[in-house]
Design a protein around this ligand. Sequence first.
Ligand code: ADP
Ligand code: MG
Length: 687
Amino acid sequence: MANIELTQLKGIGPSIVNKLNLIGIFNLRDLCFHLPFGYQDRTKISNISDLQPGDEKLIKVQILSAQTIYRPRKMMVLKSADLYSNINIRFFYFHPAQTKQLKAGTDLLCYGKVSLSRYGLEMIHPEYEVISNDHELKEKKLTPIYRVPKGIGQKKIRGFIQAAISKLDFEEDFLDVEKYDASLNMKIIDALQIIHNPEADIDINEMLPGGSHPARVRLLKEEMIAFQAGMAFLKRKQKRHHAYSLSKESEWTAEVKSNFPFKLTGAQARVVIEIKEDLAQEVPMMRLVQGDVGSGKTVVGALAAALALDSSFQVAFMAPTTLLAEQHFISFKSFFKKQKEKISLLTGSTSSSQRKKVLEGLKDSKIKLLVGTHALFQKSVEFSNLALIIIDEQHRFGVNQRLALRKKNDSEKSAPHQLTLTATPIPRTLSMSVYANMDVSVIDELPPDRKPIQTSCLPLSGKEKLIERIAATIKKGSKAYWICPLIEESENLDLNAVMETHEDLSEHFGQDKVGCLHGKLSAIKKQEQVQAFKDSKTSILVSTTVVEVGVDIPDADIMVIENAERFGLAQLHQLRGRIGRGTKESFCILLHKDKIQDVSSQRLQVLVDSQDGFKIAEEDLVIRGPGEIMGAQQTGIVPMKYTNLVRDSQYLMETKRVAESICNKEPELANQLIERWISGSIAFADA
Ligand code: ADP
Ligand code: MG
């Protein structure tokens, strides 16, 4: 199947091939393993009286009256009913032909989401079909829903997948994983048939993440095994490379030690020792340091860097944003004052003449420590003797990017050590799998004398009062971040929100006291705004979430987050982590819409009650499901197609064991599994 081209199927030409390639489908096997993420039930007609808001159902109705109204906006409203109850069907976009067609007396089959308005139950823009009164349902099976590329609809992809499955060849596609795990007793082909074509009486929930339908479990376990086998191979391959042993301590180390104004916490000291032990080895370190926001990861990174620098090697330090890279650049110059000239910055905003200088400096080894962003991944960036790569806030970088970095060392003989610093708190079973190719250290202690951040929720109607209160504290020397929500679909709307708030607050506090920070500003402008706030020239910084990661201004002590209910908990926790970094008492105010759902207020309450990132992440999972971690999954940082690592986490440990034994006993089988499930997503071959 892997070598059967897509064009072998009827209806697939070069342009469709291109589109399918975009979502990782290159051959018939990929089509078979393109698994649905949901199902619709179009096999049964529901009674309107049984509908609940939020349901997605098929109903059969007759139009009682059809009307186009213009208030509050133009729409067509079809008052409709089945034998017992009424429902309104609304369209905001419609053609004249539709107004003609959808008249009183017409019978309709509608599939859509049910909502409740003050006029009763509604369906807005359902898929519909005009039918005769004695219409019989065509669908006998559940309808799978797939991820599709632009330009290919559900119907089309369904057709392609059905055609591909009908060509599946059991012999050829048989991999004997079953003998390693008796619970995999269903044939893969049967599992695929069921997943793509479930009978109408199957409970849909059993087929979705967290569900335990045997076909689903069969597939997800195999994917988990493949993924974990991939990670195990990765770890082994990494360890096969040679690395320089770094154990000398001299000027650089002495400098951080004398310039860092605090004593390391016990946890920091412990992690530094773990790193030192790794760096002394002649195999590349692959270590992940997990530590909650504010736990002091930067200095740990600096101490690791110093070890490499003292052995006369180069170090690359990567941050996820230009803003953060610039902040780190400044911090490092203050950690290593006497070595300032040997430290450089490279980001997407570096001018081309400066860039040229940096590239030369790296080659002739005048630059020893390079701080930067993704820009470091570029081919033209070559080091002469890179021995250590430090990646800060790693959740923004994927496995592939980390692999790409490994190649930055010019020398064929040696691979650089890698240290990753992250605050992303995820449950332990998960991190053991997602980061299975790394060793993990945890900074589980905050610096002493931190006062807990006082967090409270406040409805938007209390905003004016809040502003007055903040004005009073600012007079006494407070500094406040004011975060406006990120509206992802529209950067412009975002910008508006920031501008408006900026104007609003400027009226209260004076133009020159309020800074403004957002993604559209140039790197220099951003840096200026942060610096002005740092230097207390401004006392309020209105910002989007660009300050989310890493920004460190220890005397800022107030944070207001507008529309807090729109953010994920982990993100709120990250944002809030910008304050409470010094010894001052600090306050976080979560502004929310006056009326919010119970779940939302329950979620915000988790933040009010806790400041522990791991705990918050776990609570978030319980309340809301695995949104945030899955965000990482969707962006390809965790390259799994089908498994939902959080909802399906109960299988992690057993599949890890199976994966290990397959890797040991039958590496070829492991390779085939990797090929089947994740070959497209990780460049394992390059490790
Ligand atoms: P994060 O882990 O979020 O990256 P940072 O490294 O930015 O945290 O540190 C947060 C703040 O805590 C900084 O202002 C830093 O100077 C301070 N800090 C770090 N380590 C200590 C320590 N051992 N004692 C006191 N303050 C510390
Ligand atoms: Mg940090």
